[in-house]
Write a protein that binds this ligand. Sequence first.
Ligand code: CMC
Length: 416
Amino acid sequence: MDKKALLELSNGLKIELPILNGTVGPGVLNIKDLYRTTGLFTYDPGFVSTASCSSAITFIDGDEGVLKYRGHSIADLAENNNFTAVIYLLLHGELPNLEQHKKFLLKIEKLSKVPEQVVNVIKAFPKTAHPMSILITCFASLSALYHERHGNNVNSEDLDFGISAIAQVPAIVAMIYRHINDQEFINANNELSYSENFLRMMFGDAFDNAKSALFAKALDKIFTLHADHEQNASTAAVRLVGSAGSSLFASLSAGVATLWGPTHGGANEAVINMLKEIEQSGDIDKFIEKAKDDKDPFKLMGFGHRVYKNYDPRARILKNACNEVLGKLEQSSELLKIAKGLEKIALKDEYFVTRKLYPNVDFYSGIIMNAIDIPSNMFTPIFALARTTGWVTQWYEMANDKETKINRPRQLYVGK
Ligand code: CMC
């Protein structure tokens, strides 16, 4: 029997609220008709207790530290599949067989050419610009070319313009990097895998074969781990913009803008800056104390998560990947030592234990990218590159969901 919750108001009005059950996960109280039947809204700043949509793409169990894409565990995907298979999985719902994968790679290749207009946009930026500001503009600029593709004008078969975004974003991010570093752009080499090609467009022939293979494998894993994360802030922004009927590329631009913030994707850049500061000061305890001080706005970057109240499964995989990359490079990293030291202290400290604050995905990813010599201002664009797949997939789901309405929250008015 379907479960219901009974709401009794002080005026004696009683209403029943249905409790919806997903495939797995907690019950969800359906308050869709609450305003119509009672004249009341709900108040939930930051959507702490609010599901804004239903979705069949990604599942998180925050208490158990579980993450699955289309039913596949993130550890299995990161260890046993490459990123293009994961893109296919997210878009189509199933992992590809060999033939499907081959065809999909040809499609990515066909759609990967970045329009000259976008190349000119990148070149117009000052070299001092933050790469995320350029990336926002690149997606906004692509919306000029795909403007007819609005949210009320897509069919689920027509994935090509979404795949164009996924196919072009590695070249766009690499061009942004080379532009701000005053270097010539490098053409794509379609003989290479998605991740190898990205590494080459960033750095040319800077690495020998062994290092290229090691770094491309690590990046591929980073891309897989960042590809989607259900209704996080940037995905919610993409869906919100799309819910008004705006085009995919305009929506993606909003996604990049949201991801840039240091409490979201910008945390990976902030983590490495924090670790470097700790290295300079040589005093981990001081940073732990600052993070615990409620009068100090400082937070331990790369720690805590709205949904995970357990170790973020992505951080666990990335910690192992850090060990692997640095081990193979025969490098000892002071930053990795500091990160592990910080984690050890925090996981025993009452402040972090009682609040269930664990390392998140951004805690270890930057150490790997640092070992590849990727500058920290490129960390968040690389996160955006990977998350483009999630944004595109979620945008299609939103556009094809009969329940989608323009996202229009209400407010508690406290003004004059
Ligand atoms: N350092 C110190 N205290 C923290 C931290 C932290 N990193 N994170 C949360 N807290 C405290 C917070 O002050 C609060 O304490 P109290 O109950 O005494 O007021 C309590 O823990 C609960 O935190 P919250 O702010 O209510 O949690 P939230 O769900 O609103 O925020 C978060 C989640 C990720 C924004 C936050 O943990 C944070 O700012 N972390 C640092 C930034 C970061 O690493 N962000 C990356 C998130 S994962 C990747 C992604 O989203 O892209």
